[in-house]
Design a binder for this molecule. Structure first.
Ligand SMILES: OC[C@H]1O[C@H](O)[C@H](O)[C@@H]1O
Length: 311
């Protein structure tokens, strides 16, 4: 398909530390392996989109520093577009420390990017009618401005809502961004926080449907709540979609949500119905969880297996 997918938000240097078990409060653990790699939700999503054959453009800002240079080299080595990555002398490059245990589960410490840096991400991008915009909730006004421009061109606007950003900007700011999006994705961590906030004690699957309905705001947009090993629940107009998870043994769960979003966006851009696009996104994420790779053919094979299981 022609057109590009613009992925907005912070480009982050991820410092990944592998341990046997995540240390608890006042506990110590030995690091088994260390790795530095490019990360952040928009980078993970853009990387997966490019592996799925889309023209992915990362839209972000980094500092003119050593960390920024490592990130630019990482992107160049993978033939990823850097034209919308702004290098600013007065900014510092974002970083995160990710501790991954033997089950692939992780804890992430994010060094927050200054508000002034985030506030202008996306402002210089020129959109065309066959583009798609994908963003995390990096800054309420910057995301709203970009989505507003995209809506003017009839372009799909997908937002991934995660808890650190909701806690940073507030639940009201999260609600305010919803009318600007055409598709909202969130996860179990947000669901649990929302349940605690609203006193919702329903079983997780029912509560997920309620949150999806809330995010979809009377069918104005599509909404997806991912539940990890329990699959996902989504709302599209009057229809409720439930997709079961694939059985996988994860090596590292970091970025799996971003790969899901990339698979979903790719399938929707290629004309798949929403239900089928959800299954393809789930399959792409499952393959990534097990292998650390994103591969359209492998995801298709998983989709076929799932369909056979249903027969
Ligand atoms: O979504 C995963 C990303 O979140 C964190 O911000 C890390 O940078 C990681 O790459």
């Amino acid at each position: 398909m022609s057109g590009a997918v613009y992925c907005l938000g912070p480009l982050v240097l991820d410092r990944v530390l592998s341990v046997d078990d995540l240390p608890g409060h006042d506990e110590k653990a030995f690091i088994k392996e260390k790795e530095e790699r490019a990360g952040g939700p928009p980078l993970n999503c853009a990387w997966a989109l490019s592996r799925l054959g889309e023209d992915a453009r990362l839209v972000s800002t980094i500092g003119d520093d050593g960390e920024g240079a490592i990130l630019m080299q990482w992107l160049a080595e993978r033939d990823m577009s850097t034209e919308a990555v702004d290098v600013k002398a007065d900014s510092a490059t974002a970083s995160a420390t990710i501790i991954v245990d033997h089950t692939g589960e992780k804890a992430i410490l994010i060094d927050p990017v200054p508000v002034e840096t985030l506030a202008v991400i996306g402002d210089t991008v020129t959109l065309q009618a066959d583009d798609t915009v994908v963003s995390n909730f990096f800054h309420p006004e910057a995301v709203a401005r970009m989505f507003d421009r995209a809506a003017g061109k009839g372009i799909d606007r997908m937002i991934d809502l995660e808890l650190p950003e909701i806690e940073r900007w507030g639940w009201q700011a999260m609600e305010n961004i919803l009318p600007f999006a055409s598709l909202v994705v969130t996860n179990r961590q947000v669901l649990e926080a929302w349940m605690a906030r609203t006193g919702n004690e329903r079983p997780i699957n029912e509560a997920a449907e309620e949150l999806a309905r809330f995010l979809a705001a009377d069918g104005r947009c599509k909404a997806v709540v991912t539940l990890g090993s329990e699959g996902l629940v989504a709302i599209d107009g009057g229809a409720v979609h439930r997709v079961g998870a694939f059985r996988v043994t994860p090596s590292n769960t970091t970025g799996a949500g971003d790969v899901f979003l990339a698979g979903l966006a790719t399938a929707m851009r290629r004309g798949r119905r929403f239900g089928a696009a959800l299954v393809f996104g789930t399959a792409a994420a499952a393959h990534f969880l097990e292998t650390g790779r994103c591969d359209g053919a492998a995801a298709e094979a998983l989709v076929k297996e799932k369909m056979k299981e249903r027969l």
